[in-house]
Design a protein. Structure first.
Length: 206
């Protein structure tokens, strides 16, 4: 079975919501994990010095190649990310980890290629969303890893990351007044996608 590491192209409204995060955090060298057809990568290209996309599906990256964007065909099941440690200032991993049976190992690899001062942005569906069974399960049956906010935070912590901010992006934009209120309340645990902004843990001096 092949896993598709891409931002779901059928979610046409998601990039508009994600761009608020990209504007706040994307800078320097950026990596889009699961870049797919490049809708997020093209946003990141506006705010970064250099952006690289990786994805399993070569056919979905053809247009990006024609535009001169740097894309790498790669299967995340191989775990080891094909970049040197401390290469990126920001890494976006949007709607990829739920397709992988061992997301913790992939996150550890992302942490290794992220710089100490950088950010890793992770987005995954919320299986406890009030309409998850109707929406995500029926339209995206390839989701094999389903965890709660706390469970994902433990995985991120075990991978050497510290979660600095948490968001849900539906039904309200997180950068609006109502969106900020919703994200401060427990109700966010039952709304759509979970987003985590992370930093690497400080390494202790020996």
């Amino acid at each position: 079975m092949l896993y598709r590491f891409a931002f779901p192209y059928s979610h046409s409204n998601r990039p508009t919501r994600v761009v608020a995060l990209l504007r706040d955090y994307v800078r320097g060298n950026a990596l889009d994990v699961g870049c797919g057809d490049g809708r997020n990568l093209l946003y990141m290209d506006k705010f970064s010095d250099k952006v690289i996309g990786i994805d399993l599906a070569r056919n979905r990256m053809l247009d990006l190649s024609r535009l001169g964007k740097c894309v790498v065909e790669y299967d995340l099941r191989e775990i080891s990310i094909p970049f040197k440690d401390n290469s990126f200032d920001v890494i976006l991993c949007a709607h990829v980890l739920e397709h992988i049976p061992n997301p913790g190992l992939v996150i550890s690899e992302l942490a290794s290629v992220c710089r100490q001062s950088g950010h890793i942005i992770v987005g995954v569906p919320n299986p406890f969303c009030v309409y998850y069974d109707f929406y995500d399960e029926r339209r995206h049956p390839g989701h094999i890893t389903k965890m709660s906010w706390r469970q994902w935070e433990r995985v991120l912590d075990d991978a050497g990351l510290v979660v600095t901010k948490r968001y849900t992006n539906f039904p309200l934009f997180w950068n609006t007044t109502w969106g900020k209120i919703v994200n401060s309340l427990p109700i966010k645990n039952y709304l759509s996608d979970m987003w985590f902004v992370c930093r690497k843990k400080r390494q202790k001096l020996r």
